[in-house]
Design a protein around this ligand. Structure first.
Ligand code: CUO
Length: 673
């Protein structure tokens, strides 16, 4: 059972007997290639380890237990690859469990958790569910002072007498800082978990079997494009302008960020970034990057985009100006192990994270660790994440603008007409979506090294009233058709309070759902509930403590899918007076789009839209973001540049109002299983 192989223990406690919990060390010093036999302890369970040849951990031992681990750093990628290779090569589940148990206390816990996560997702004998990272490593998600309170609760009170420790919504800044208006989005635990899990599902570096996922470069583009679109929707909901691209890397960065997170392992805080910090060349043991490197890579990538071709490391030419170009470009720009030429095009996006993360101490003279931008568990907290990724998005947009617009024929689905679309929130007027605040609890017991019994942290997050779509569709032919329903939402009004042109509004659409449907001849009304979305994960993966997950092998589990956008953040905040938005629904011809492959009934359709379908090809042949990913055809982008002109009969729009109520609802009881 993969629940028991994660544990986060400072090295100094490893041989201690504290509060009745014994953690046994393997009897050997360095493991080397010695074999290990005997009992070892995983949390409260003792695993009897048979005669297992313990692999040489090599580079994975270079990172001390007190340091951070992040795939943004090239040195850490080598360590992770080595450890993941070991974990994937073990021939049976039992050996995997035993070796995991034996090496757990040897390697850095963040590195261990990452390698185990990738192994669990890529082995075929494990449950494909990862434990909740916020419960395992609460120091990466909750402010340090809260953790001190949790220690007190755990040590002074019996489990039944403990109170939840509550975190206010305003714990990192005040409203003097305009950027703080969207802190509820940046610091949302579910969003930070979703980003981390996405990167574990789609690692940019590691063994080929883990990295070489269908359309992974394109998924990198699309997931982050959607994060920016969603962030901009929240900004427009809170009277902020759309995020500015971080274009000039030699000018000061006005946005400050003070994370107030502790690093639980090293007893240090995550460094802040003051307002107007300047990026500098980085000279540290784990990264050597010049700003000039970034500029050179950017210009080479832009040249490849504008000439429509890129060069491989063996000097062959690869065309970019086609549907596959975005996938190649995503791997180049991120960059991943799949980059066709990392010497020429570099490591632009990852290195940008590192340079920003080290702006406060680029040469390690102050012995300071990286800022939150240096870790994919914490990066979204910082406003500069979105400025950096708005730049990255802009590069991708440049590529998309080189592709011919979709023709009317490519957009149409002959014989299928969408007559009417609307949304209905429970107990509300039609075509209104309602948001409010809600409290929810995390049980961080497993992240507090020696606690027993639940210790709850209570957070306040955005929530929406459940709703459904009602889509009336007419199949005018005399045979059944297979359609793909694609649902998006965008703000109607820009920062100046003027209506968006379609050419501009197109970039603001957030995907809400995407699902296949059978259309018999005649009229049909499709009802689809908000919590069925293939963009989101089930809330229990966001809030539920891992200990509540039932044990079992894969065949006993149907709720394993935990990659996807958090359900509670599906709908942007909106405004007290109502934020006017455009709901866009298209039904396309699924017979032309379906990917022929064998998919098991329990495959992870929940959340596949942003994450990909784990263990399978992406099930929709269309470019991600279709049909809104390319510039509109000429007759749309001219004088009548509005969405009405874009529509073909298989599309329909509705005006939807997003209303925000400032009330806060109490926590919902955790599901009892
Ligand atoms: Cu997800 Cu920059 O890629 O953080």
């Amino acid at each position: 059972d993969n629940r028991n192989v994660f544990f986060n223990v400072p090295a100094k406690y490893l041989d201690s007997r504290i509060r009745g919990l014994t953690l046994l060390r393997p009897p050997y010093g360095m493991l080397g290639s010695a074999s290990f036999v005997g009992p070892t302890q995983l949390d409260n369970a003792t695993v009897e380890v048979p005669d297992v040849a313990v692999p040489d951990l090599g580079p994975a031992l270079e990172l001390s237990r007190e340091e951070d681990f992040s795939l943004f750093f090239p040195r850490h990628r080598v360590m992770a690859r080595h450890l993941v290779d070991i974990l994937l090569s073990l021939p049976t589940y039992e050996k995997f469990l035993c070796v995991s148990a034996v090496i757990r206390d040897k390697v850095n816990p963040y590195l261990y958790a990452y390698a185990m996560s990738v192994a669990i997702l890529n082995r075929n004998d494990t449950i494909k569910t990862l434990p909740n990272s916020a419960c395992l490593f609460p120091q990466l998600y909750f402010q340090g002072s809260i953790l001190a309170g949790c220690w007190t609760e755990a040590h002074l009170f019996a489990p039944e007498d403990r109170e939840p420790i509550e975190i206010s919504r305003n714990w990192t800044a005040t409203d003097l800082e305009p950027e703080h208006r969207v802190a509820y989005f940046r610091e949302d635990i579910g969003i930070n978990l979703a980003h981390w899990i996405w990167h574990v599902h789609n690692p940019h570096s590691g063994p080929p079997s883990a990295v070489n996922k269908d359309r992974r470069g394109e998924l990198f583009y699309y997931f982050h494009q959607q994060i920016i679109a969603r962030y901009n929707f929240e900004r427009l909901s809170t009277e902020l302008s759309r995020v500015k691209r971080l274009l000039n890397w030699r000018e000061p960065i006005p946005e400050a960020y003070f994370p107030k997170l502790n690093n639980g392992l090293a007893s240090r805080v995550w460094p802040p970034r003051q307002a107007d910090a300047r990026l500098q060349d980085v000279r540290r043991s784990d990264a050597v990057i010049d700003i000039l490197d970034l500029e050179r890579w950017r210009d080479r990538i832009m040249e490849a985009i504008h000439t429509g071709r890129a060069y491989t490391s063996t000097r062959e030419t690869v065309q970019l100006d086609n549907d596959q170009g975005i996938d190649i470009l995503g791997n180049i720009l991120e960059s991943s192990d799949l980059s066709i030429n990392s010497r020429l095009y570099g490591d632009l996006h990852n290195a940008g994270h590192v340079v920003i993360a080290y702006a406060h101490d680029p040469d390690f003279r102050h012995l300071e660790k990286e800022g939150v931008m240096g870790n994919s568990r914490t990066a979204l907290r910082d406003p500069v994440f979105f400025r950096w990724h708005a730049f990255v998005q802009n590069v991708f947009d440049e590529h998309k603008s080189m592709l011919p617009p979709y023709t009317e024929e490519e957009l149409s689905f002959s014989g299928v007409h969408v007559r009417r679309v609307e949304v209905q929130s429970v107990g509300q007027e039609p075509n209104e979506l309602h948001t409010f605040w809600q409290k929810s609890d995390y049980n961080i017991e497993r992240g507090l090294d020696f606690s027993s019994g639940p210790v709850l942290v209570r957070v306040t997050h955005l929530q929406h009233v459940p709703f459904f779509y009602r889509i009336q569709v007419h199949n005018t032919g005399n045979r059944a058709r297979n359609g793909m329903v694609r649902i998006f939402l965008a703000p109607k009004i820009d920062e100046r309070r003027l209506p968006f042109s379609f050419s501009e509004q197109r970039e603001f659409f957030i995907e809400l759902d995407k699902f296949p449907i059978k259309l018999e001849p005649g009229l049909r009304t499709i009802i689809r509930w908000s919590n069925e979305s293939t963009v989101t994960v089930d809330p229990k993966h966001t809030f539920l403590n891992v200990d509540k997950l039932p044990p079992g092998r894969p065949d006993q589990r149907t709720d394993k899918c935990n990659c996807g956008w958090p359900q509670h953040m599906l709908i942007p905040r909106g405004h007290a007076e109502g934020k006017h938005s455009t709901l866009f629904v298209m039904i396309s011809d699924y017979d032309k789009e379906r990917v022929e492959q064998k998919v098991e009934p329990d495959a992870c359709w929940k959340g596949y839209s942003y994450c990909g379908l784990l263990g399978h090809r992406y099930p929709d042949k269309r470019p991600l973001g279709f049909p809104l990913d390319r510039l509109p055809r000429d007759e749309v982008s001219g004088i009548n540049d509005n969405i009405e002109t874009f529509l073909t009969p298989n599309m329909k729009i509705a005006d939807v109002v997003l209303r925000h109520n400032d009330r806060t609802a109490p926590p919902e009881p955790l599901p009892v299983r």
